[in-house]
Ligand binder design. Structure first.
Ligand SMILES: O=C(O)CCC(=O)C(=O)O
Ligand SMILES: [Fe+2]
Length: 267
């Protein structure tokens, strides 16, 4: 716990056997911070994806911006951003990624599996987001053995133009853990949203911030287990602790709520 004793009752993790509509609404409204669904994907299917990924070659994110390095399989749109705009390299990268995923020859589509699980109790549709009429990347497999720096995710601030062909009113982050280390690898979420003065804590040329940015804000620590899905509010500063032993591999995507009540996903 933090050194600050005052507790916000809405700063909490909900654990549930499925993604219920009320919980997702609570998360979007700020009445909770994260939803954990353990056993979201059966062990055998996690293992199938994991073994296929381990046979494949991961790329690293731009090592200048993302340090310590995070390996990925798939395309993250923030790697194709320049001065608040999506660069021309994005669509060819997606084409290459489609081929790489299809070469894994998985008997099912892991992203569709995740979307179906999110949609099970949601009244709107859950679909991959589109941009300029084209389907975006459905998600990215990420291996972050050395963790993620303290950061937040908010495409409204990252991009000066509309990223999707839709009006987004909120953004969430989804992760499904395929392989988790015994030691470390915790996801930490702080009860602190970006404010302009936080820029003083920015790490040079990085996506991240020094941990001083969160001061003594309340924090939640989530040690996920294999097969578990985590949905959280990524506008809150968060980080992943470095790990030892087992590789830390997760499937992740962003989830946007539209002004028509649908959930759109992208990598
Ligand atoms: O891997 C995690 O637990 C969280 C990664 C992250 O930064 C995100 O999903 O936005
Ligand atoms: Fe993040």
């Amino acid at each position: 716990m933090s050194s600050n004793d005052s507790h916000d009752p809405f700063f909490r993790v909900v654990t549930s056997p499925a993604f219920h509509r009320d919980h997702i609404a609570d998360l979007l409204a700020g009445r909770c911070t994260a939803i954990r669904v353990s056993g979201f994907m059966p062990e055998a299917q996690c293992e199938e994806i994991l073994q296929a990924l381990l046979r494949a070659e991961f790329d690293s994110y731009g090592t200048e911006r993302v340090y310590p390095s995070v390996m990925r399989f798939g395309v993250g749109v923030s790697d194709h951003r320049h001065e608040g705009k999506v660069t021309g390299s994005y669509w060819p990268a997606i084409e290459a990624s489609r081929k790489a995923w299809s070469d894994l020859a998985l008997p099912f589509d892991p992203w569709e599996f995740c979307r179906t699980g999110l949609a099970s109790h949601w009244p709107g549709t859950v679909a991959v987001g589109r941009r300029e009429g084209r389907e975006m990347e459905p998600g990215v497999a990420r291996e972050a053995n050395q963790g993620f720096q303290v950061h937040f995710d908010d495409v409204t601030r990252e991009f000066s133009e509309r990223l999707l062909d839709a009006n987004l009113v909120a953004q969430l982050a989804f992760n499904l853990y395929l392989s988790v280390p015994e030691e470390g690898g915790e996801t930490i979420i702080w009860r602190h949203r970006w404010q302009p003065a936080d820029e003083a804590h920015r790490l040079p040329r990085s996506y991240g911030y020094a941990q001083t940015v969160v001061g003594d804000a309340e924090q939640l620590e989530i040690k996920s287990v294999k097969g578990e899905a985590l949905l959280f509010d990524p506008r809150l500063f968060h980080a992943v602790r470095p790990s030892q032993g087992e590789r830390r591999i997760a499937l992740g995507f962003a989830v946007g709520l539209t002004d028509t009540g649908d959930l759109l996903t992208w990598g």
